[in-house]
Design a protein around this ligand. Structure first.
Ligand code: AHR
Length: 548
């Protein structure tokens, strides 16, 4: 579906008010103009954060294999996951939930491991048709010390979610004391030391509840604001600049954001000063293309999907942009000094059951090329809003929804999403700059008419004289012949890495771990400072450009 020249120019100009550079190739129907002089904000490593919940096979089987295990491990933690995480940007890891967090008593997971209590897991009711195991009755072998050790081994930083629904505020500030009080200073510091960690963990990031509009207590926004104030009115700091994260909205629920912020600001706008982040959750799940909004009926299979479901899911993920700008605008009504940032601490694809690698892996699902594109377009969205989004956590790390890894017993594999995280890591620490993409849109069938999605989208960041440009081509069959120009510099050299499979259903398995992986792609020399590159169909690409 080519665009004519007039439409092409109007698209580019509407998007950017850019003075277009001369065209280098007549075949190109797509253009990217990178605007070095329009900085957005630094790309924080925490946009590449993770999420680990005591749910299905995430902790037990996925991460924790135990110190006596034949599976290679460090302090009981699966070595393969440590090694792979080390290849990613060093980011926060959120734990222990999710909904589980509001049923979790951190005291159950400290002290001698053999003496720890076994508790009924929050998710027990969803596990009824699954074999019993640590996912149903949690033995608490993996507690605070083990989690912080995992973070350190993996190169990450802990982000703990406190229980607001079923424990008093005292347990929250004592958990902070357990983690952060100086060596030898308190009884809880001694307990931490008995668990092997004399020095304080200095945990900075703390979530105050999770989904408090639902599993976290069924609060109204005003009730939650009261709880939030009570839980945070006093916390011991021990010299740590605590970053408190409030339980924000379910996807597009602007009323939750508005009513919470209004309620907080009624006590003076200064009340918002202590709130570091506002958590937004958005899952992409409904592939019914307009047939239903039912949570179960709307879901599709992780692997066996139609081309229309491919596009529909990507469109669902693309809602992230509107969610960020929508909630950000509402937050600004009360937070005029823009003290509070967005934290998208749960995002990803959610399919119906059936592709999990082991029966105990509740919400476990395979991850295909579609998930690679979903991850990439979401990370690009975060980059484009780097001044608003301070942290994001893909849900969840292993053996669950949109996972980077799948593991069962001694088998382990990295998914296409892992490769996207690794490829995109080059952005971290760079300055996000505006990039205007203009490309023919792609269309597909919905139940009552057509759906449409952009033809190429992405993000750009600059570090010194190196530009990192990432882009997603969602079209299943069409490559995108693209001219790339940089306003304020000319391109000297370029290298491209791409993940593209001829089959949109391609995925990695224990037996074929490299079915999907990135490859280096040929790039022509730039002409007149402009580069022409062909983005393959159904692909995620990183182009690294040396600038003069
Ligand atoms: O990620 C799975 C669940 O989804 C989390 O526990 C909850 O916060 C969300 O509803």
């Amino acid at each position: 579906m080519p665009v004519n020249r007039r439409e092409f120019l109007s698209l580019a100009i509407a998007g950017s008010a850019v003075a277009l550079m001369p065209r280098a190739s007549r075949a190109a129907d797509t253009r990217i103009d990178v605007l070095l002089d329009e900085p957005i904000g630094p790309i924080a490593p925490n946009l590449y954060g993770h999420f680990v919940e005591h749910l299905g096979g995430v902790v037990y089987d996925g991460i924790w294999v135990g110190e006596g295990s034949k599976i290679p491990n460090a302090n009981g933690i699966r070595q393969a996951i440590i090694d792979h995480m080390r290849r990613l940007p060093p980011a926060v890891i959120r734990w222990p939930g999710g909904c589980f967090a509001d049923s979790y008593d951190w005291r159950d997971g400290v002290g001698p491991r053999s003496a720890r209590a076994t508790r009924t897991n929050f998710w027990v009711n969803d596990m009824t048709s699954r074999p019993d195991g640590p996912a149903t009755y949690d033995p608490n072998r993996f507690g605070t010390n083990e989690f912080v050790r995992f973070c350190r081994l993996a190169g990450g930083e802990p982000y703990l979610a406190a229980n607001v629904r079923s424990l008093p505020a005292r347990d929250f500030y004592q958990w902070v004391e357990y983690c952060n009080s100086p060596a030898g200073s308190t009884t809880l510091a001694e307990l931490r030391a008995a668990g092997g960690d004399r020095e304080p963990f200095r945990v900075r990031y703390w979530g105050v509840g999770n989904e408090s509009w639902g599993c976290g207590g069924n609060f109204t926004p005003e009730e939650y604001a009261t709880e939030y104030r009570r839980f945070t009115a006093w916390l011991p700091r021990y010299g740590v600049d605590l970053a408190l994260i409030g339980s924000g909205p379910n996807a597009g629920d602007l009323a939750w954001t508005r009513r919470f912020f209004t309620s907080m600001a009624e006590r003076g706008e200064g009340r918002l000063a202590g709130l570091w982040g506002w958590a937004l959750h958005h899952y992409s799940w409904n592939v019914s293309r307009g047939a239903t909004t039912d949570w179960n009926a709307g879901k599709g299979d992780a692997v066996a999907f139609t081309p229309d479901e491919w596009y529909e899911l990507l469109n669902e993920a693309d809602r992230m942009e509107g969610l960020i700008t929508g909630h950000w605008a509402v937050m600004g009504e009360a937070d005029r000094r823009r003290r509070v940032k967005l934290v998208v601490d749960e995002w990803g694809a959610w399919y119906r059951p059936g592709t999990e690698v082991a029966p105990t892996h509740l919400f476990g699902q395979q991850s295909t090329m579609r998930d690679a594109l979903l991850a990439a377009l979401t990370l690009d969205t975060f980059h484009r809003h780097a001044e608003k989004v301070a942290m994001a956590n893909v849900a969840q790390l292993i053996n669950c929804l949109h996972s980077l890894f799948l593991a069962h017993e001694d088998r382990f594999v990295a998914t296409p999403t892992f490769h996207v995280f690794e490829m995109y890591g080059g952005h971290v620490g760079g300055q996000s700059v505006r990039a205007a993409f203009s490309a023919p849109r792609v269309s597909y069938d919905r139940v009552n008419g057509k759906g449409a999605l952009w033809g190429l989208a992405g993000s750009a960041s600059v570090k010194g004289r190196t530009l990192t440009l990432t882009a997603v081509n969602p079209a299943i069959a069409e490559p995108r012949e693209t001219e790339i120009a940089v306003r304020g510099a000319s391109i000297v050299n370029a290298r491209a890495t791409t993940i593209a499979a001829t089959d949109i259903h391609a995925h990695n398995t224990f037996d074929r771990p490299d079915a999907v992986r990135p490859r280096e792609d040929r790039v022509d020399s730039p002409r007149g400072g402009v580069l022409t590159y062909r983005f393959p169909p159904a692909s995620v690409t990183r182009v690294t450009l040396d600038l003069a």
